[in-house]
Design a protein around this ligand. Structure first.
Ligand code: AMP
Ligand code: MN
Ligand code: MN
Ligand code: MN
Length: 277
């Protein structure tokens, strides 16, 4: 039987709801054989995940999802298979953590202005690790300001909305460079989730390829067949390796670890280039 890979998911080291241990246990339940924990701008969950993965015979690959700015848009770059103690990676993630902390405070200040008191302090309490907009969304739901997380983003947290704060994330060349120096591969995360036209997406992929990027996520949860085929075509056109990932954050009806992540046959799987036995 072919192994099941899931190379994009989150723990409570960022905005996932399960601990790294719980996440790996769930991956085992879902028959995942090879997984990467890719928390937002942090590798803090990986040691715990590795311990559990070793016990269960799951192969764990070091991962991270780096927030970058490109053409005034937020783009997520997944790094896989790097040395997480490499000084350049440590320095980059420290810088990102500072940026994230300052942005979280600024978002809190904006929410205060529209009547949400102590937004930063209260939201911070919901976070076990890095504070993300997902935590703000959950807080706004918990106080009844909005009905659900989607609404929180739509009304307040998305780019252009009243509590949006532009963060000074690294740029894509820097993210690729550091991932490479630490011995890993750089991948464009969830290309169809940026609300960009095809023209812009192709520009992103062109830039990424020219800057030395390695791969693109072809298979994700909840895609249509056509969407998957489209990204697979781009992967081939731009000679990028194909990655797969659920982007799992918490148990829910539509996104699951390792669920329907098969790659179309014409793709070159990223794991052929990762150090996997
Ligand atoms: P941040 O890295 O702090 O900007 O937070 C981004 C995270 O918020 C993403 O990784 C998603 O988990 C979540 N997110 C972003 N947009 C939405 C949305 N429209 N609905 C639900 N969650 C979202
Ligand atoms: Mn997230
Ligand atoms: Mn993402
Ligand atoms: Mn993600």
């Amino acid at each position: 039987m072919t192994p099941i890979y899931d190379l994009h998911c989150h723990s409570n080291a960022s905005d996932g709801m399960l601990t790294p241990t719980e996440l790996v246990l769930r991956a085992k339940e879902k028959n995942v054989n090879v997984m990467a924990l890719t928390d937002h701008d942090t590798v803090q969950g990986i040691d715990e995940a590795r311990k559990q993965a070793e016990q269960l015979g799951i192969q764990l690959i070091n991962g991270v999802e780096i927030s970058t700015n490109w053409e005034n848009k937020g783009i997520h770059i997944v790094g896989l298979g790097f040395d997480k103690t490499h000084p350049k990676m440590t320095a980059l993630l420290e810088k990102q953590a500072q940026v994230r902390f300052q942005r979280a405070k600024d978002i809190g200040a904006k929410l205060e202005k529209i009547g949400v008191q102590n937004a930063f302090e209260e939201t911070q309490k919901l976070a076990d690790g890095e504070v993300t907009r997902a935590h703000y969304a959950r807080y706004l739901v918990s106080i009844g300001k909005v009905a659900n997380v989607q609404q929180a983003f739509k009304k307040y947290l998305m780019q252009g909305k009243s509590a949006f704060v532009k963060a000074d994330w690294v740029d894509i060349p820097m993210a690729i460079n550091v991932i490479h120096q630490a011995g890993g591969l750089a991948i464009i995360a969830h290309p169809l989730r940026y609300n960009m036209t095809t023209k812009w997406l192709k520009k992103l992929i062109t830039d990424f390829k020219n800057w030395g990027g390695d791969g693109i996520e072809v298979s994700g949860c909840g895609q249509t067949k056509d969407q998957r085929q489209l990204i697979a075509r781009w992967a081939n056109e731009y000679q990028l390796l194909a990655s797969v990932g659920s982007d799992f954050h918490f148990p829910c009806a539509w996104i699951e670890l390792g669920k329907s992540l098969e790659l179309p046959e014409n793709c070159q799987p990223i794991w052929e280039k990762l150090m996997i036995i």
